[in-house]
Write a protein that binds this ligand. Structure first.
Ligand code: 6GU
Length: 242
């Protein structure tokens, strides 16, 4: 079954399947051509029921920036959801959302249909969020001009997990956050090397050219653990301080 992704945005051009941007090249483009995924970008502006096709307005209480209005967002969601009988998992990209993780990505890759709202400006009127009850996701603790780039990040991460999206050469099982440690933790990836065996005085670790697959697997796990401890101790759980 083809995963259907709808993106609701005021900048649908960013998602043109032929655009040689984030999704128009490489793995997502190949997955789309293979029929594993289809995506449709809908312009929220097309659902604005006011004279000037306005989708945003000034915030009550004053202050800088604009707020996306309830009506165009709500109507766009209703219209897009009616285009396919399968229920859509509603997602709102926002810096106030839950931090995206590989675990969340894996869950979303099993869904038949995703509907991603990419907010712009200061965000959406809170009432439309309350009525839509979307899953709210952030891609990190920094601010983007809009949710579109974040939506593309999410889409890329989901699409590469669809069965058949990666060739054997690109298997996702050993990626960072997919490699599992002795206590079930998600680990960072190990270092990688290719030819030549020596470059600028640096040799490839001996074990990798030993041909001993057991030893290689052991070394990779140890390196993953060491890197995770060094760079992302938070992934290994809180220190056992008592
Ligand atoms: Cl999902 N949206 C925006 N606008 N900024 C972000 C983000 C999302 N995640 C991190 N920064």
């Amino acid at each position: 079954m083809t995963l259907r992704v709808d993106v609701l945005t005021t900048f649908p051009e960013m998602f043109a399947p032929e655009a040689p941007g984030a999704l128009g090249l490489s793995i997502p483009a190949r997955a789309r051509r293979a029929g594993l995924v289809e995506w449709h970008a809908t312009n929220i502006r097309d659902y604005a029921a006011n004279k000037h096709d306005k989708t945003d307005d000034r915030p009550f209480g004053g202050g800088p920036g604009m707020v996306m209005m309830c009506q165009p967002v709500w109507d766009a969601v209703q219209a897009v959801e009616a285009q396919d009988p399968r229920p859509a998992t509603r997602i709102l990209m926002t810096p106030q959302g839950r931090p995206l993780s590989q675990e969340i990505v894996e869950g979303l890759a099993r869904m038949p249909r995703l509907l991603i709202i990419a907010g712009h400006y200061e965000g959406l009127d809170e009432r439309v969020i309350e009525k839509l009850t979307p899953m709210e996701l952030s891609i990190g603790d920094y601010v983007l001009s809009g949710g579109e780039l974040a939506a593309m990040v999410l889409m890329d991460a989901v699409i590469r997990l669809l069965p058949g999206a990666l060739g054997d050469e690109e298997s996702s099982t050993q990626d960072s956050f997919s490699m599992i440690g002795p206590n079930g933790e998600r680990l960072l990836d190990c270092p990688h090397y290719t030819r030549p065996r020596e470059w600028m005085g640096l040799a490839v670790p001996e074990v990798l050219i030993s041909g001993d697959h057991g030893k290689v697997a052991q070394w990779r796990l140890a390196e993953s653990l060491r890197r995770t401890q060094e760079r992302r101790p938070d992934l290994l759980g809180p220190p056992d301080g008592r």
